[in-house]
Design a protein around this ligand. Sequence first.
Ligand code: SF4
Length: 66
Amino acid sequence: MEECDMLRKCGFFKKYQETKDLACKGFMVMYCKGSKMNDCKRKLYRQENGKPPLDDMLPTGQIIKT
Ligand code: SF4
C-alpha cells in the first residue's frame, strides 16, 4: 500500500494513529495513506522550517485543540 514516506517519523501520525477520533482517522486515510499525501501542510512546514511542526498540527495545517 502506498503511504507517506514520513509516516515513521511523523509526530502527528505517531501520536494519533491509535485514536478513535473519526476526523483524525479520516485525515490519515486521505493524507498519510492516501492521494493527498503530497498536499500535507506538515510536510510543507518541515521543508520550510527545517524542523517538524507540533504533533497536534493536522495535515491541513490546523491545530488540534484538546
Ligand atoms: S501527517 Fe503528513 S507528513 Fe505526517 S505521515 Fe501524514 S501525510 Fe505524512
